[in-house]
Design a protein around this ligand. Structure first.
Ligand code: ATP
Length: 249
């Protein structure tokens, strides 16, 4: 359903993605694991198309030269040159790293902002679903996004992405900086969302441990390259992966 092949991204001469190929089937959850600077966010920007906007912005400001190569096929069509807005309209929705909540808008306004691609009926139904999935948000709908906890912000970020009616949801480090209890709750919610809403999900994380139980397949990124890939069980059985990404040996 979604296939990226030979992705390369250079920031000037610095190779941030090195020939990355990745697939995500219908209704699958795919994990991308890698340390700081491994290239997770660059990969998410490339899959969502936001890298094209970043490149354009840099060009206009006379900033760094960004070079992008490779192919992304979604539902049988090469979308590599499609703008991020077009990709979003076709169902590829990014929930960015560090959540990017609008701090001066309320929780409800943040959710509504996400529904710009939805019909009124879809927006109402999805809002209901988000508040059922994350009841904590129901109690704080009128609070400003900047004044809620990190866990609540992440629920809001996922909720906002759901409002955009994703068919392929890209979650960039959704568990970053959160307590183990909240990480567990969110990982469970991510699986429930896939099961209940029927969508594909690509999720990146630094540590595999909280996410590995919910994935179907995973990739390990090192220095911009996908060095290992496999099913959940194959990754769990790989001793190198285990010691580097599970915090156990
Ligand atoms: P983190 O977990 O720290 O977010 P990451 O795995 O998401 O890391 P990226 O943010 O994709 O990694 O960065 C990959 C590499 O590209 C890093 O070496 C980073 O310093 C570099 N990089 C990222 N963005 C830019 C940019 N705009 N200009 C130059 N180099 C960049």
């Amino acid at each position: 359903m979604f296939e990226a092949a030979g992705l390369m991204v250079f920031y000037e001469n610095m190779l941030a993605l090195n020939n990355v190929s990745l697939q995500c089937g219908e209704n699958k959850i795919v994990g991308v694991f890698g340390a700081n600077s491994a290239g997770k966010s660059t990969l998410m920007y490339t899959l969502s198309g936001i890298i094209l906007d970043i490149r354009k912005k840099e060009e206009m400001a006379g900033g760094e030269r960004i070079t992008i190569r490779g192919k992304i096929v979604y539902k049988g069509k090469d979308i590599m040159s499609d703008k991020p807005s077009l990709r979003a309209r076709s169902g590829i929705v990014l929930c960015p790293e560090r959540r990017r909540i609008f701090p001066e808008s309320t929780v409800l306004e943040n959710l509504r902002i996400g529904s710009y691609l939805a019909t009124t009926a879809q927006a109402a139904e999805t809002l209901d679903y988000v508040l059922t999935t994350f009841p904590a948000l129901k109690r704080i709908l009128k609070r400003l996004g900047g004044f809620i906890s990190g866990g609540e912000q992440q629920m809001l970020a996922i909720g906002r992405a759901l409002m955009a009616q994703p068919k392929l949801l890209l979650l960039d480090e959704p568990l970053l900086g959160l307590s183990p209890a909240i990480q567990y709750l969110l990982a469970k919610a991510i699986r429930e969302i896939r099961d209940q809403r029927g969508m594909s999900i690509i999720v990146s994380e630094q540590y595999a441990r909280p996410i590995i139980p919910i994935i179907d397949y995973g990739y390990i990124l090192e220095n911009g390259a996908a060095v290992v890939e496999g099913s959940k069980q194959e990754l769990l059985d790989n001793p190198d992966v285990k010691s580097a990404y599970f915090g156990t040996s």
